[in-house]
Every structure is written in C-alpha cells, then in structure tokens.
Design a protein around this ligand. Structure first.
Ligand code: IPE
Ligand code: IPE
Ligand code: MG
Length: 246
C-alpha cells in the first residue's frame, strides 16, 4: 500500500545515502558490482518519483571520498556505472526538465568521467523542474576544509576580512552554496550513521533510516519516508507552543 503524502508539506530538498548494494548482492549470491548495477535502477525510480511529486532538489550520495579505499576493481566498476548512468539518462533528464549538478572532489574522478559529467551538467543547465545533485568523491570534512582554504586565500587577496566570516559566508564557500539545506535525509541499508555526508548542511535535517537495501528501495518506500517526515515537528530550537502560535 502506498502511503498518502501531503503535497503542501513536501521536503524541498531530499538527500539520500544509498547504502546496501554489496549486501544485496551477497544475499542474491552475486558479486558486489551486480549489486551496484541493480542499485542504479533504484536511482532511476527515485529520481523519476521525486520529479513527479514536485521535490525541488534531490542529492544522492553516490561515491564517498572514503570509497576510494575499496578494491580497485570495485572502484573502477563504480566509475564506469556512473559514466553509463550519465550517458543513458541525459535524454530522460532533458525530457523531465531535470538539471544535473555535482558536489565533491570532482577532479579526482579522472578525465573520462569528468568530461561526461561536465557535458551533462552543461547540457541540462537550463532545466528547471528539479535539481539532481550527485555527491561524487564527496566528503563532508573535506568540503569544509576546502571552503576554509578558499576563505584564507580570499582573505590574503584582501577580498574578505575576519569579521566577515559568518555562517552565511561559510555557506557560500561550500560546494552546496546554490542549494537549500536538506530537509530530509534517507539512509537505506540499516546503518545509523552519516558517513561524512553533508556535515554542515544537515544541522537541522530530519533523519530517516530504513533497513531496506538500496537495490530494493522503490516508490512506496520513498513515500513512506516522506510521510514519516511530514509527521515530524521541526522546532529549530523553539517550543511546540511557539510553533502553534505562528
Ligand atoms: C552503497 O552500497 C554504494 C556505495 C557505497 C558506492 P555498499 O557498496 O556500501 O553496500 P554494502 O554497505 O557493502 O552492503
Ligand atoms: C556511504 O556508504 C557512502 C555512499 C553511499 C556513497 P558506505 O557504505 O561507504 O558507508 P560506511 O563505510 O558503511 O560508513
Ligand atoms: Mg555500505
């Protein structure tokens, strides 16, 4: 049964830690890479569904900085899958008016992937239906350190001074400067951690964890997560009573 969701209370930005591909493959007596391939189907379903129901931004954690530590063959396969995804989905992005963006240490992805990525970003740049933001070779601490480095160099160049460094200014130096903070984080695969994802941006994000493995995650599961989000009271430090009065 599909959970009813309130179209007036949608999260503006959903972020997803797509975890559990390896365990899915193991359970089906397959190699990990097949789990990742199956996971790409969930990506397609979730992107299409988010677009249809009117989510403005979807960030997918596709490859973490730490994932470089995996066996070489798996890393290679993940990069290849990413490239295939870009090639296969660009037309769908155009048809669905979806704009692709990416965050992370993108240069480390290597020329073939990077070229495809840049090409897709450029080609979809005018689309306005939804932002699909891929976190690739992404690490939250790395993002913050990179931002700090850029602030120091702007300071040395005389563009900013210490008193200018507010949380709003810091935000503008992050990879996500153009995006609102995530309202809802979904993590599949049964782990209760954030694995270095969007550390700064998730200060007030609602967290939703599910045991479902990413390759099994489908539209009803997304609806369930959104329905649960819609039950939460986001107080941002205030009291319930204050919220009722506004
Ligand atoms: C998530 O699935 C995909 C990536 C991290 C790229 P995993 O590959 O982490 O799957 P598990 O956690 O081993 O099951
Ligand atoms: C987080 O999953 C990264 C992605 C989903 C891309 P991991 O499987 O890498 O996280 P850990 O290692 O279990 O924390
Ligand atoms: Mg994992």
């Amino acid at each position: 049964m599909m959970k009813e969701i309130d179209p007036d209370k949608l999260p503006r930005h959903i972020a997803i830690i797509m975890d559990g591909n390896g365990r899915w493959a193991e359970r089906h007596a397959m190699g990990r890479v097949l789990g990742h391939r199956k996971g790409a189907e969930s990506v397609r379903v979730v992107v299409r569904t988010c677009r249809r129901i009117g989510i403005s931004c979807l960030t997918l954690y596709a490859f973490s900085m730490e994932n470089w530590l995996r066996p070489k063959a798996e890393v290679r396969a993940l990069l290849q899958l990413l490239k295939d995804y870009l090639v296969n989905e660009v037309q769908e992005m155009m048809d669905q008016d979806i704009r692709l963006t990416a965050i992370g240490n993108l240069d480390s992805l290597g020329a073939p992937v990077l070229m495809k990525l840049r090409e897709t970003i450029e080609r979809t740049a005018g689309n306005q239906g939804m932002v699909l933001n891929l976190a690739l070779s992404y690490g939250g601490r790395d993002e913050i350190a990179t931002a700090a480095g850029r602030m120091v160099s702007d300071s040395l160049a005389g563009k900013i001074k210490p008193a200018d460094v507010t949380k709003e200014l810091c935000q503008r130096y992050l990879y996500t400067s153009a995006l609102p903070d995530p309202d809802l984080l979904i993590r599949t695969g049964g782990e209760y951690r954030i694995s270095n994802f969007l550390l700064w941006q998730m200060a007030y994000t609602e967290f939703y964890f599910t045991d479902i493995l990413w390759p099994d995650f489908r539209e009803p599961d997304l609806m369930e997560a959104i329905a649960e989000y819609q039950q939460r009271e986001r107080r941002f430090g205030r009291t319930s009573e204050q919220l009722r009065r506004t």
